[in-house]
Unconditional design. Structure first.
Length: 459
């Protein structure tokens, strides 16, 4: 929307997720251009000029748009495989297939991943893409293009791997880059696509894949590159007990100490999973303000374990939510992760208060904004912040008898999205995308999944 053109949303419950968890049982939100102009209890102020649209949101809860802090879009076309494997066996099984991806496949897979998230309330998405087979085309450009077309705010974590099978790693030799090649390509991606402005729609982070698929030198030089360019750093950390054993055997220390030795702890860093963290690890993350992307469904799917999210939050660690790749979370939806995060973190004796509904909502909104480095712009509903917000319909059979709307959203079934706005632009209406043809995306992803399966079978 142009500046000074307003959308007025009224008669809704509002969960702002601001620093005070301010909520309104019946209130209003005024959007002016791409910013939130005002919000509060009751109806909007009288006499507002240039109101293009008024929305009667009776029966709805308005929240900040969901922020996804970890994903791998290319996996959309390898869903439903290796369903009974742990992480290392799952990777060994799937890497030979993933090593055959190309630009057309990645574009289709990104469309499927983004569509599923966007229609479920995600307004800011990210993708950690680290598989760059030789001769596969412009994969980063394909992903960024798909996000731009979908209309979501987006961070590309430009990943890399340089430790292949011949070096004791898991990926096939032809699916990794050289150290210099990875660093050069990452810098080019940042310089071409990263936007540092307040209302940026596309940002880029430096993101070597994991301790067991990259060299120590790639981690060290990757951190130096990110800080020279002024962008964030992302990787996988402490996901499994096998990873901890790997780090101790190869480097003589656990993952957290190894990351610190390579420059990978800091408030400009966030890591996916962080399941196997001891008290010392959590203290190090809290001290350095290193962020965590919690992926409860994927952790359960791969039997990785339960991350100590309540302990992290109590220590002051920034924590967001992640879908993770859909080869380990086939639903591909973030709004279901609100519920799963809450339930999984309550497993065990006397843990009924480990997480509550409002903490879960904060993980999926403000927490994600924190770890992406965008908490000043998104993640809560406050005047001056960007107009990324969602209207959840809570007056149907699934939720109408639950009095508290935040409880209904988090504890209840996945709520329908009546409207989702990104940067003041509506991208979802009545659970359907306005920016893309869902049926066409479904056809293209199925075709590319079948093409990849044929290519992989030919070997």
């Amino acid at each position: 929307m142009a500046a000074d053109r307003r959308i007025v949303i009224e008669n809704c419950s509002i969960a702002t997720v601001d620093a005070h968890d301010t909520e309104y049982a019946s209130g209003h939100v005024v959007v002016n251009g791409n910013r939130i102009e005002s919000l509060g209890a009751g109806r909007a102020p009288e006499g507002l000029e240039n109101v293009d649209r008024r929305i009667d949101a009776t029966g709805h809860l308005v929240t900040p748009g969901l922020v996804n802090s970890h994903h791998h879009y290319y996996q959309w076309i390898t869903r439903g495989l290796a369903t009974d494997h742990n992480l290392f066996n799952w990777l060994v099984t799937l890497y030979p297939t993933w090593a055959r991806i190309d630009e057309q496949m990645v574009r289709a897979a990104a469309g499927g991943s983004l569509a599923m998230m966007a229609r479920g309330g995600v307004t800011t998405a990210m993708d950690h893409h680290y598989v760059f087979p030789q001769g596969s085309g412009d994969l980063s450009g394909a992903i960024i293009g798909a996000a731009r077309e979908m209309g979501v705010r987006f961070t590309l974590a430009r990943g890399s791997m340089d430790r292949s099978e011949k070096d004791g790693g898991l990926p096939p030799d032809f699916a990794v880059e050289t150290l210099d090649g990875a660093l050069t390509a990452t810098e080019e991606t940042v310089r071409q696509h990263h936007d540092a402005s307040f209302d940026a729609m596309t940002q880029v982070a430096v993101a070597p894949c994991s301790p067991f698929s990259v060299s120590t030198e790639l981690l060290k030089q990757g951190a130096e590159l990110a800080r020279r360019l002024g962008v964030r750093l992302h990787t996988h950390g402490s996901e499994t007990v096998e990873e901890e054993q790997f780090c101790k055997e190869l480097f003589g220390m656990g993952p957290t100490d190894y990351f610190e030795s390579t420059g990978w702890l800091g408030e400009d860093v966030w890591m996916a999973h962080c399941v196997h963290m001891n008290d010392s690890d959590i203290a190090a993350f809290a001290r350095t303000k290193t962020g965590v992307a919690h992926c409860p469904s994927s952790n359960a799917r791969l039997a990785a374990g339960i991350a100590r999210v309540p302990d992290m939050l109590a220590a002051g660690v920034p924590v967001g939510l992640g879908v993770d790749g859909t080869a380990s979370n086939e639903s591909g939806e973030l709004h279901t992760e609100l519920r799963n995060a809450l339930l999984i973190n309550r497993l065990g004796a006397h843990r009924e208060a480990a997480l509550n509904a409002r903490q879960a909502l904060r993980l999926g909104t403000y927490g994600g904004a924190q770890v992406l480095g965008r908490a000043a712009e998104i993640g809560s509903l406050e005047p001056g912040k960007l107009a990324d917000l969602v209207l959840w319909k809570l007056d149907t059979l699934a939720h109408a008898s639950i009095a508290d709307p935040v409880t209904a959203l988090v504890f209840g079934a996945a709520a329908p999205v009546t409207a989702s706005f990104v940067n003041g632009r509506q991208i979802v209406e009545n659970n359907r995308l306005l920016t893309a043809d869902e049926d066409a995306i479904a056809r293209s992803t199925r075709a590319e999944a079948q093409r990849l399966a044929r290519i992989a079978a030919q070997g």
